[in-house]
Design a protein around this ligand. Structure first.
Ligand code: CTP
Ligand code: CA
Length: 231
């Protein structure tokens, strides 16, 4: 779809999108990170700007991506930095979308100096929990502000992807949750690929299937639902 054909239904809105992974230092040269490419978050930011929004993109670790045109990009690395940037930009936002793959854990202590190799096995790395940014944004309860979360789920022997998604939406308390089916039987990798599929679950019990397609197409479906709710 050509940009000229896009609706301008986010005009006058400020949207904050987090994208990519967070990386936690172990020592001055090593990190604990994940493989999120940032592509879905970047697509959300790009499409929102094309539809008239003022966009703040809080970008963690990503593949080499072109920054979207007419978007404010705030680069972060650790979860703590992402938390500050999202909470700060989110203050006057109409929508906060947490598309980032936030590290659940970080090292309990970061070594001041590079950890050296010795003849024996290394010490185990002790981990501690990171703050849950999405839950903090929801807990602020800013009137009228919509909060969108993402979840990549595989399901398991007893639960399908959708039931995990529904439970996560309730646990997180956000207005929408985009659930991507990953791995498992489909073998599809939502993290690194160009395409994505899943469901958009609403806190009102609604669920919309998001057919396999480009990350821009999925972004458009998400903004359709958000713009409708904002209106
Ligand atoms: N999220 C967050 N802060 C965290 C972890 C996750 O803001 N510390 C956000 C993600 O950006 C995403 C949503 O929460 O929008 C769901 O992330 P997910 O990792 O699926 O949820 P978790 O609660 O961490 O559960 P799980 O054990 O399945 O990883
Ligand atoms: Ca997690």
């Amino acid at each position: 779809e050509a940009p000229g054909a896009l609706p301008r239904d986010l005009e006058g809105r400020h949207v904050v999108v987090s994208a990519g992974g967070t990386a936690e230092p172990l020592d001055p040269v090593r990190i604990l990170g994940n493989r999120s490419s940032g592509r879905q978050g970047y697509a959300l930011a790009r499409v929102a700007a094309q539809r008239g929004a003022r966009v703040t993109l809080v970008s963690g670790t990503t593949a080499a991506l072109e920054p979207p045109a007419a978007v404010d990009v705030v680069g972060v690395r650790t979860t703590e930095d992402m938390r500050s940037a999202v909470l700060d930009a989110g203050k006057d936002a109409d929508v906060v979308v947490m598309a980032a793959a936030v590290a659940d854990f970080r090292a309990a202590a970061v070594a001041d100096f590079k950890i050296k190799k010795t003849d024996s096995d290394p010490d185990a790395i002790r981990l501690t929990r990171n703050p849950d940014i999405l839950r903090e944004v929801v807990a602020e309860q800013v009137p009228g502000r919509l909060v969108v979360g993402f979840a990549a789920e595989t399901g398991d022997a007893d639960h399908d992807v959708l039931s995990f998604g529904r439970a996560k939406l309730e646990r997180k308390g956000c207005d929408f949750l985009v659930v991507n089916a990953v791995g498992g039987r489909t073998g599809h990798n939502a993290f690194e690929g160009a395409d994505n599929e899943g469901w958009l679950l609403g806190a009102d019990g609604s669920s919309v299937q998001l057919p396999m397609g480009s990350k821009a197409a999925l972004a458009a479906r998400v903004w359709d639902a958000v713009a409708e709710r904002l209106a």
